[in-house]
Design a protein around this ligand. Structure first.
Ligand SMILES: Nc1ncnc2c1ncn2[C@@H]1O[C@H](COP(=O)(O)OP(=O)(O)O)[C@@H](O)[C@H]1O
Ligand SMILES: [Mg+2]
Length: 412
């Protein structure tokens, strides 16, 4: 399968052959599910990202199941990795450049010599092309704006941001602050009126196949009823796959896996209108998952659900983020959801007004109020107690943390 580069794949490193180690650089093996569409086998120059640090890598992509699970693996030789334990870490590989076809070598020495050659070629390619322009972040906005009509104001106004691979980012903002417009820019439903939006290496303006972008970045909307298109759950999940022209036989596993991941396998033959709101949203999530996306954009996906359904969808998505390394953009107006994200971005009038960890963002109580947002209950309580003379630290978001900090504070 020929793939347009750059191509990004994520996973967890597993033990395997460690030939590179003998040559002075460690080898990380990445297992990927059978059937996942990958670039053609061969040797590639790539960028490897571990714990937000990037390394030049040589990838050996082929049919060599070396991992314990028996799935095909990619061998990644990390040319400038400083050392330390490598297994069980999350790894992002961005294929940049095809180096050569895979070859069988009669002796290990010949293979080592070839890897040395590959190493020099990879370094030379990186030096010449520079890895500055490479964006392994799955979603990048560069001074992107969007306006609905020519006279109107910008609904998204000159926004630059990058969502890192594997991140779970919450987006907050009062009504009309531009959250849904931002979401649609991330999914190529809208093209920026100015600036650029790059999704998994694809400029949404340049990409003629919108479906290719949708395949990488799936979206779930607020109203579960507007998203169901079929009269049987299984068919509904199949819809996106049909759109990308996947053969029926290949679809079946994908659909089963996706329904399994959201605990809806037992409902495969059910009629969607018989399901609860939360279950319908889970089916919508399965429809996105079946596409094996890199990114999921959830636009207030829990807003119409009762508290149980809400928590259910949040937990399901958070788990998929952790276990399947899917990057999540979680748009919400529930502070308690945002408090559980890796990072919070607050929009106001189409601009980024705040951006940081939940602790950092939610400790700025005054600013949040000015932006028309609720303050999480524990942040509010901290503020009130501090006004009465306590000295609680900023960023307390949960009851457990409050109890802990109060104990510290009162024992002083
Ligand atoms: N279809 C539309 N036509 C014209 N203006 C729109 C349309 N949708 C949204 N807007 C305007 O764009 C701005 C941002 O809206 P939106 O992205 O929906 O915000 P949010 O999702 O944060 O509530 C608002 O001022 C809104 O009135
Ligand atoms: Mg909205």
């Amino acid at each position: 399968m020929k793939h347009k580069l750059p191509f990004t794949v994520r996973g967890v490193t597993v033990p395997g052959k460690r030939l590179g180690t003998e040559l002075g650089f460690p080898t990380a093996n990445l297992e990927y599910p059978r059937g996942k569409e990958m670039p053609e086998s061969g040797v590639y120059v790539a960028l490897a990202e571990i714990a937000h640090r990037r390394y030049t890598a040589i990838l050996n992509q082929g049919e060599h199941p070396t991992a314990p699970g028996g799935n095909p693996t990619i061998e990644a030789h990390l040319l400038d990795y400083p050392g330390g334990d490598l297994y069980g870490k999350s790894l992002t590989l961005t294929y940049l450049h095809f180096l050569r076809k895979e070859e069988k070598f009669p002796a290990i020495e010949a293979l080592k010599a070839q890897i040395r050659k590959d190493r020099d070629a990879a370094r030379a390619w990186m030096a010449q092309s520079g890895n500055e322009r490479i964006q392994p972040e799955p979603v990048v906005l560069e001074t992107a704006s969007y306006r609905y009509d020519e006279e109107g104001r910008q609904a998204v106004d000159d926004v630059s941001m990058a969502i890192r691979a594997g991140e779970f980012v919450a987006v907050l903002g009062h009504n009309g602050s531009g959250k849904s417009t931002l979401a649609k820019l991330m999914n190529a439903l809208f093209l920026p009126t100015s600036g650029r939006v790059v999704v998994c290496g694809m400029d949404t303006k340049k990409e003629p196949q919108v479906w290719n972008i949708r395949k990488h970045a799936g979206m779930v909307f607020q109203n579960p009823d507007n998203q169901i298109v079929a009269t049987v759950v299984r068919e509904d999940v199949a819809f996106g796959l049909e759109n990308i022209g996947m053969p029926r036989a290949q679809m079946i596993d994908r659909i089963d896996d996706a329904l399994d991941a959201v605990s809806m396998k037992d409902y495969a033959a059910a009629a969607p209108h018989m399901l609860s709101g939360g279950q319908k949203q889970r089916v919508a999530v399965a429809g996105v998952l079946a596409m094996q996306p890199d990114v999921m954009v959830m636009d207030e996906a829990t807003a119409m659900l009762d508290p149980t359904g809400r928590n259910d969808i949040f937990e399901t998505t958070r788990r998929l983020n952790r276990e399947k390394h899917i990057t999540v953009v979680w748009i919400t107006h529930f502070m308690e959801e945002a408090a559980r994200a890796d990072r919070v971005i607050v929009l106001s009038d189409g601009k980024v007004a705040m951006n940081g960890t939940p602790q950092k963002v939610f400790s700025q109580v005054k600013k949040l109020r000015k932006l028309g947002l609720d303050v999480p209950p524990m942040a509010m309580l901290s503020e009130m107690l501090n006004k009465r003379g306590l000295k609680l630290p900023g960023g307390i978001l949960t009851v457990e943390d409050m109890v802990k900090e109060l104990k510290v504070c009162l024992s002083r």
